[in-house]
Design a protein around this ligand. Sequence first.
Ligand code: UD1
Ligand code: CA
Length: 436
Amino acid sequence: MPDRHVLVLAAGQGTRMKSSRPKVLHRLAGSSLVEHVLRAATPLDARSTTLVVGHQANILEHALQPSGINTLRFVRQEPQLGTAHALLQAEPFFTGVTGALVVLSGDAPLIGARTLKRLVETHEASGAAATVLTAVLDRPSGYGRILRHGGQFTRIIEESDASPEQQQVREVNSGIYAFDLAPLFATLHEVPEAGPKNERYLPTVFSLYRRKQLPVETVAAADPNEIRGINSQSELAEVSSIVRQSKNEELMATGVTLEDPATTYIDRDVDVGPDTVIHPGVMLEGRTRIGARCELHAGVRVVNSTVGADVTIRNFCVITDSHISDGAQVGPFAHLRPESSVGKRGRVGNFVELKKATLGEGAKANHLSYVGDATIGPGVNIGAGTITCNYDGAAKHHTTLEADVFIGSGTQLVAPVTVGKGAYVAAGSCITDDVP
Ligand code: UD1
Ligand code: CA
């Protein structure tokens, strides 16, 4: 198999977003646009992955360094003078390199791994100088149009240059291509400046190929949504809803009940077990995993957390970087801050905040409590209004409640403090020393 290389164009400012953030770092279902693109390209097993950055290059490089792609390298395009100019900046990487270069757009996040594979395999099998991924859209406006003669691809015309007749063409350029590296860079140098900003457009390379009689193939995306590019906030919202809908469909197909998919926001990497019921307005974000037969009531938000099976989370809880074990019940109105954990059949009731707190099996904090920097043993009962006073103004201190402790309502536990196994603390106590 000939070598494959991947290059992602991500240097543009994204003027139409009207945002100070680099366009390709805007988020969609839990990941940035460019991360979606890089992920789709992973199965190509490319020998190298190059990202062309320019506008706010530092921010982008910083955000993507830890992406885990060990072949990832960056090249700067300054100033940004068009997509052909962007590609030319990577030329030094490719002197003497042969094989296929797959060019992707950092702002087209829905591209699927299977489509990319088909594009490259078709390209390699045909021996074409280049292969363009196209799609037929109901509303083609905003995209370059594919022009054909007798069915054969001839060239791409940008919308701004297209005649009214050419604008009727519904087959569009995805901005995703496979190029044979051999003739590519020499031809890119010949791409003339065009348009009001004197930019050099990558699609012009196909007109030059035609003149040189270099064969260009096309591959059509099976699902036209896959090639959707994001140029504005409104398109970002539209594409987000497409991603959300397909995630919801995927979960429902595996036996998850979504009472109202339209108001359910589940990130792409989230897992949910069968027979779990999700009420309206629930948000499951990041690397969250929810077990089987759970019930998540309206307005619950879970971020980067794991939830076991048979768990009930009542309305309006916020749960971040935490763990909830099988059979536990949480909420309503509970706040689990990072590094908290609720044991099997544990209970965390209304207006209870946990922070770096571990509750053992069957432990309960049912009402109006703050439990922070604490290890709570199995079977402990924390009465209403209990506070771990974990902060003395300078440092944080730990509270330990051993197994089967009973803490009466309105108790203050002044950390560092330990309450021994089976101890009983009466209501309204202020505990400043260890209790055996
Ligand atoms: C581009 C194509 C158009 C295609 C569409 C698909 C050109 C001229 N037009 O239009 O035919 O239908 O994509 O979505 O290529 N970029 C750079 N450096 C630059 C300019 C752009 O790296 O100097 C990057 C952008 O960050 C972006 C990508 O290239 O990720 C595409 O640029 P964009 O300005 O969005 O092109 P479109 O107008 O969408
Ligand atoms: Ca675009």
